[in-house]
Design a protein around this ligand. Structure first.
Ligand code: NDP
Length: 497
């Protein structure tokens, strides 16, 4: 009997998804087995679209985490994965991708249920995860070394080798794609892996662990330790890990980095953002409005690259904001699995209350707060999409990462002022410039302090495109060929001839 689904939600899920939820494998996955967690911390899996608990699991303890790391260590040290021929690793990863693609609809439904995102968004997430896995499967056979022009009496080579045990700590907004940005390159290059998903979104990671077993990835190569912050902290403190890849808040990223200093573990950090979208009067305004909407309302604004600061030419400010509000009113808030929903709930009541407090603070600070679109008349953690105008630079709504459907708008008079406002942020993850003047696009793109600049588009992700931030948005790049550097070590071999 499937636990605690409302009749509405039960009716929206397929028989396969319901069957899986009947007995979800949410125990720690260690050395190819699901083991009973040795802790008394029980965590509920909550449906954000109804606010009801769906099922629950027991968090991995520090001892479970140590076992997971030990299993990954043993699997690395005996070479059961790293010593395979690269084409064998490629085949197994392609097999895993095929299994995930075959179950894509089931996984998308589970992801929509777990995160609250719309089913359409969840389907894109799973497609992206499959694409990233296939891309890095191909890399397994593509990494080459070099012959180094050392003095003639020596033969010197540079070769790329697996690092060892890689750990991933992932957040709740894009559970499967963000996991795959880390797992796919790690496995392609021969590393072994321990994943710690967000306590709030464990379903898709658990599903993937099952698929890894079915794909013939050897036991111990992929391990999962589900749990909350304490489980993540235990993971960062456990010796035997060679690299930690983290995505989440800047504050937790700092904690991860501090812990990694004690064990001298490599880290890469993909942290928060407060990304600006610069709209010039010479832009294709129809396309710009669509891009601004996609940038901020996607995933109900719970996106690290959310284009949460609209910086718009004063001459078109009023007209642009009016049209934006008008189109926003046509969004339909509801349960993520419902086919009519175009904007889902936030992940939790905590997050909803946090976002509401930031909106209230903005109003108290004198900004104009406009709520566009209706709140649905139902339970669940909903926030109406909100447009904040008239905020002064420096106000909390304008500086803090809201992680909800809230857009602040600032006008500018000159290109210099637009760039200055855009760069006036602790963060530097993404940015966009909207203009049909090619010289302006290049000029502004060059001056924006961000890991990614999109021009006349927003949020384009692809396995080939490196992604990451500067400043408080972190460091290290995921996706693309940069992963070679992050998931391998360079070995120099020198032979006296
Ligand atoms: P966190 O940064 O706390 O969570 C990210 C991951 O880190 C989760 O798996 C979390 O576990 C884990 N974690 C928590 N504490 C520790 C620790 N001490 N050591 C190691 N791992 C830890 O984000 P929150 O979920 O609390 O979200 C808070 C805010 O962070 C959001 O409002 C948003 O501003 C930002 N954020 C940014 C994201 C991005 O993509 N850049 C993604 C998510 C959040 P658990 O979730 O179980 O606590």
């Amino acid at each position: 009997m499937t636990a605690h689904l409302t009749p509405e939600v039960r009716g929206l899920l397929s028989a396969d998804a319901l069957g899986w939820l009947d007995k979800p494998p949410l125990d720690p996955f260690i050395d190819g087995n699901w083991r009973t967690a040795r802790s008394d911390t029980h965590i509920e899996v909550v449906d954000p679209g109804t606010g009801t608990p769906v099922t629950s699991y027991t968090a991995a303890s520090a001892g479970d985490v140590a076992d997971a790391v030990a299993a990954a260590r043993a699997a690395f040290d005996d070479g059961r994965w790293s010593e395979l021929d690269p084409e064998t690793r490629e085949e197994k990863l392609r097999h895993l991708a095929d299994l995930l693609a075959a179950d894509a609809e089931t996984v998308a439904q589970l992801e929509a249920l777990d995160t609250g995102k719309t089913l359409a968004e969840a389907r894109l997430d799973i497609d992206e995860a499959v694409a990233v896995l296939r891309y890095y499967a191909g890399w397994a056979t593509k990494v080459e070394g070099s012959v180094i022009p050392a003095p003639r009496r020596y033969m010197a080579t540079g070769t790329r080798e697996a690092i060892g045990v890689c750990a991933a700590i992932t957040p709740w907004n894009y559970p499967l794609p963000i996991l795959m940005y880390k797992l796919a390159p790690a496995l392609a290059f021969g590393n072994t892996f321990v994943a710690k998903p967000s306590e709030q979104t464990v379903l898709s990671t658990a599903y993937l662990a099952q698929l890894c077993a079915a794909a013939g990835i050897p036991d111990g190569v992929v391990n999962v330790a589900p749990g909350a912050g304490a489980t993540g902290a235990a993971l960062t403190a456990t010796p035997g890990i060679d690299k930690i890849a983290f995505t989440g808040s800047t504050r937790t990223g700092q904690a991860v980095m501090r812990a990694a200093a004690d064990t001298l573990t490599k880290v890469s950090l993909e942290l928060g953002g407060k990304s600006p979208q610069l709209v010039f009067a010479d832009a294709d305004l129809d396309a710009a409005i669509a891009g601004v909407m996609a940038g901020i309302w996607t995933n109900a604004g719970q996106v690290c690259i959310a284009g949460s600061r609209l910086i718009v030419d004063r001459r078109i400010h009023d007209e642009f904001v009016a049209e934006l509000a008008d189109r926003t009113r046509r969004l339909s808030l509801g349960h993520g699995l419902a086919p009519t929903t175009t904007l889902g709930p936030l992940i939790s009541s905590t997050q909803r209350d946090r976002v509401n407090a930031l909106i209230e603070q903005a109003a108290q600070d004198g900004a104009h707060v406009e709520t566009a679109a209706e709140l649905p008349d139902r339970d669940g953690y909903f926030i109406a999409p909100t447009i904040v105008t008239g905020a002064r630079p420096g106000q909390s709504i304008e500086r803090e990462e809201v992680f909800g459907p809230v857009l602040t708008v600032l006008p500018f008079d000159t290109e210099d002022e637009a760039v200055r406002l855009a760069n006036d942020s602790a963060y530097g993850l993404a940015s966009a410039v909207w203009s049909q003047n090619a010289s302006r696009v290049h000029r502004v793109a060059r001056r924006l302090r961000a890991g990614t600049v999109w021009a006349n588009t927003y949020g384009v992700f692809h396995p080939t495109l490196p992604f990451g931030g500067v400043k408080a948005s972190g460091f290290g790049r995921e996706l693309g060929s940069d992963a070679v550097e992050h998931y391998t070590e360079l070995k120099t071999t020198v032979i006296d001839l």
